[in-house]
Design a protein around this ligand. Structure first.
Ligand code: ZN
Length: 207
């Protein structure tokens, strides 16, 4: 199912906010990625010629199972269909150049998402994400480290926008972000759930 939107949360791990020199937000910092950026496992992330610093961000993603708005914390988890590994691919140089994140986060192929729904839901606090580049681990994050936990995010986001079945929420990336280059292979694994693995390639030169 194509989501109506992909809602992302910035600076939601303290160590990652520090590594980019940012303060921790007082409330969740939200931005959107367009559904046109979605990518399946196995398909290539294409490096756009407009950026010279494209980076991986391994994240725990929430997949929404039914329409929800103005959720209370007690009922928030009932709208979750599953959790999935997600790579919030980011043109870091453009993110720093632009005031907001639309261009840096919005290129085609910049949102690989893995499978969900095959594993039982379990306790969200047990979710753990790992990111590897060419087989070498670069990131490891646990949902317990989230500044704003999953129920809090669902409450906060659903006060702003109606969540629809199939929508995806990316909960933020742990420390260890770094660059991707032509020929790399990047893998985000949500432990016990699944993996999304993508080759990286430079865009074809303009004809
Ligand atoms: Zn991110």
């Amino acid at each position: 199912m194509t989501p109506s939107k992909i809602v992302c949360v910035g600076r939601n791990y303290a160590a990652h906010a520090r590594e980019l020199g940012n303060e921790l937000p007082q409330q969740p910092l939200l931005f959107l990625k367009p559904p046109s950026a979605l990518l399946r496992s196995g398909e290539p992330i294409v490096l756009p010629p407009d950026s010279h610093q494209v980076e991986y961000e391994g994240e725990i993603a929430i997949v929404i199972g039914r329409r929800a708005r103005h959720l209370s914390e007690a009922e928030a988890l009932a709208c979750v269909a599953g959790y999935a590994p997600l790579n919030d691919v980011t043109a870091r140089d453009l993110q720093q150049l632009d005031v907001q994140f639309t261009r840096a986060k919005g290129f085609d192929t910049f949102c690989p998402v893995g499978p969900f729904g095959e594993a039982p839901l379990g306790d969200w606090r047990e979710l753990e994400v790992r990111c590897r580049v060419n087989g070498v681990e670069r990131q490891r994050g646990n949902a317990r480290q989230l500044v704003f936990g999953i129920p809090q995010l669902l409450v906060f986001i659903s006060r702003v926008m109606t969540l629809e079945a199939g929508d995806v929420i990316a909960t933020g990336t742990p420390e260890g972000v770094g660059p991707l280059q032509d020929g790399d292979e990047v893998e985000v694994e949500l432990m016990g759930v699944g993996r999304v693995i993508n080759p990286v390639r430079a865009s074809a030169p303009a004809a």
